[in-house]
Design a protein around this ligand. Sequence first.
Ligand code: ATP
Length: 304
Amino acid sequence: MNHYTIETHDLDVYFKDFKALDKINLSVPEGSIFGFLGPNGAGKTTTIRILLDLMHPEKGKVKIFGKELRQNRVDILKRVGALIENPSIYKHLTGRQNLEVIRKLVGVPKTRIDEVLEIVRLKSNADKKAKGYSLGMCQRLGLASALLTDPKLLILDEPTNGLDPSGIIEMRELIIELNRDYGKTIFLSSHILSEIEKLATDVAIIDRGRIEFLGKLDKLYNQNSGLNVNLDVNDLNKSISILENSQLNVSKSDDDTLNVQAESKEHIANINRILVEAGIDIYSIKSDNNLESVFLNITQKLDQ
Ligand code: ATP
């Protein structure tokens, strides 16, 4: 039994002499929210285009639902819904009319339109023209189109890009709901690291066409345990010299707090102890172990 919804094997893509993808191996567990993370130009969209059979790699294979994409294109793609950056929406039509256009193409019953409008919370605006929709509403309408065929797999390319904070929260809640309540496997690309951190169960980090990490979010934290610690203290200069004498990497932050690089939680406790024993008053300690610092660790290491 296959537990991976998507598997890619050694995908290579060239644009003339430029190698855009280099041996991309991905395994996306069934039922996961899979975050595909990488800076601009890393190769996310190119990979997604291959997953949707919109372009072909020079080398490598793609399996979706356990079957080879090239040989089972139609059968596979009718069970995949996609939202690629800006959904194509007819602005002079209402949300419902837009969905009706797609519904006729994909051949699902008319009743499905109300179901998808309900899921993406657009029912009350369904009969308004799309030209009056916010970007968030357009994205949700795009998602509603992708949901018409009730696909098992959703591929979303930067779904929160350009949305305002409330639009981001709505989209995030929707993605979680589609995964949890509707059993969709979700493959989601983003360069917004904190977004992936809030959503994903599994992560791949791509940088310059190569996969630098693949696995569970927890594993990513454990493997890259570098922590950025900020301390608010009563005597900044004295604290810096005490910690420097203990061979620690210390600096002054812009907001006049102390910034220390720690390797583990135990290390933070030790820093705290050193300062307290030296008579320093500590007002606050904040450690920053979000995906952003982990991600920067991984990609910056490559520059060295
Ligand atoms: P972004 O978030 O900026 O879209 P991305 O991670 O999606 O970035 P891709 O669009 O996949 O990155 O691009 C990967 C690399 O391949 C980039 O260096 C890009 O300039 C290059 N590239 C993409 N499409 C083409 C093309 N049609 N011709 C030449 N180079 C291309």
